[in-house]
Design a protein around this ligand. Structure first.
Ligand SMILES: *Cc1c(COP(=O)(O)O)cnc(C)c1O
Length: 393
């Protein structure tokens, strides 16, 4: 007999749990796309999106997932054959690199060991050697969702400034936005991209690009961009249809409005601190379980860990056995390991977006039950450690 009947819990790192208010906002007839309420509502999205990204500059909305936004970011700032420096801490960083290469960019990679981010000093060294300023852009995932590593974007900006280097700093915030503190302008990021289905709690299908004046300037020499991917009309349309280069994604926009309402009501600072406290409780549980057996956190130091996703090593075949048990017996779906060598032995907990303390404690209690049911060696007291961390916070 399975105990999974009841509301399932999708604890994977995206798509994330959708709030009931977001779901309800989509229950409506097709709106008129030519005039009226949809137009007024769309205009309200931009200030709230920019606040969530920490920027006073430009925002563009696309009908796209994250992979499309990887392309959108490059197409608007690169000319054919440009050189890019990629700071990579996991599978998604490599994915963005592959996109750049497919577009014909010359990409150089500085890679971390996956248990922490690329050190800004390594970036500083490489920039100092680039005296002729051939590197056009430095790219990094703010959070690499495969490893759960959070990069030091402000540290990368400081390295660029110290070297007097003009390269753009570009951040993939697909996992982190609305979860980990990200302040585009204060961190000196020139281009940030994200998507709807993670911290922004909206169904997959919307992508967002934020760009400042330096990036807008780079757009002038970009020579690969096609009309659909051009961010200029999307960010400053003269006619409504230019926001989306065609028909508006009507129901996604209403969903996004509801999700942004939730963020505005809670306050972005409170959203970030909720994610920090929940993440902290998950790490406390994993550390307690890891006192015996194989379990350990993938990211060495707490300040480098994302508050949106946690990657955990358990060893093969136990990681897969545990995930299977949690899903079929308890109704909690955990994330698979991604981009690891060997590929097995890891799982991830998504704790991004519409997640609160009882959900996290439920997921952790489920994992602890699974470890016992499957006789996987582990230290005692993981859930207690998590509860104590929440009580103390
Ligand atoms: C999810 C994710 C992507 C890919 O997004 P899709 O919507 O699946 O294309 C890229 N980068 C990061 C950091 C992500 O978390």
């Amino acid at each position: 007999m399975s105990l999974s009947h009841g509301r399932p819990y999708l604890a994977i790192p995206g798509p994330s749990v959708m709030p009931d208010r977001v779901l309800a906002a989509m229950q409506r007839p097709a709106p008129n796309i030519y005039t009226g309420a949809l137009h007024e509502m769309t205009a309200t999205l931009f200030p709230d999106l920019k606040r969530a990204a920490g920027t006073a500059h430009h925002a563009a909305i696309y009908i796209s997932n994250g992979h499309g936004m990887w392309e959108a970011a490059f197409l608007n700032v690169l000319a054919r054959g440009d050189r890019i420096l990629a700071l990579v801490a996991g599978h998604f960083g490599h994915g963005w690199v592959a996109t750049a290469r497919a577009l014909g960019a010359e990409v150089e990679v500085i890679e971390s060991d996956g248990a922490g981010p690329v050190d800004p000093d390594r970036l500083a060294d490489r920039l100092r050697a680039d005296r002729s300023h051939e590197i056009r852009a430095v790219i990094s995932c703010h959070v690499d969702t495969a490893t759960g590593v959070r990069a030091d974007m402000a540290g990368y900006r400081a390295a660029l400034d110290a070297a007097g280097h003009p390269a753009l700093l570009m951040a993939d915030c697909i996992a982190s936005m609305g979860c980990d503190r990200f302040e585009m302008d204060a961190m000196g990021v020139d281009v940030a991209i994200t998507a709807s289905q993670k911290g922004l709690m909206t169904p997959p299908g919307l992508g967002f690009a934020f760009f400042n004046e330096r990036a807008a300037e780079a757009r002038r020499r970009a020579d690969m961009v096609t009309p659909y991917w051009d961010w200029r009309p999307r960010a400053a349309p003269e006619l409504y249809y230019q926001y989306f280069a065609g028909t508006a994604p009507t129901h996604h926009l209403y969903a996004l409005r509801a999700a942004l309402d939730l963020i505005v009501e809670e306050g972005i600072e409170a959203v970030w601190s909720r994610h920090a406290r929940l993440a902290n409780s998950i790490w406390a549980a994993v550390e307690a379980w890891g006192r015996e057996g194989e379990m350990r956190l993938g990211v060495r130091s707490a300040e480098d860990r994302s508050h949106a996703v946690t990657s955990i090593h358990l060893g093969a075949p136990d990681a897969d056995r545990l995930r299977g048990w949690c899903e079929t017996e308890m109704g909690v779906t955990l994330g698979i390991g991604l981009g690891r060598t060997p590929p097995e032995g890891w799982f991830r907990i998504g704790h991004m977006g519409h997640v609160n303390a009882h959900m996290v404690l439920g997921a952790l209690g489920t994992i602890e039950a699974g470890l016992s049911a499957l006789s996987i060696p582990h230290g005692p007291g993981g859930v207690t450690a998590a509860a104590k961390a929440l009580a103390a916070a």
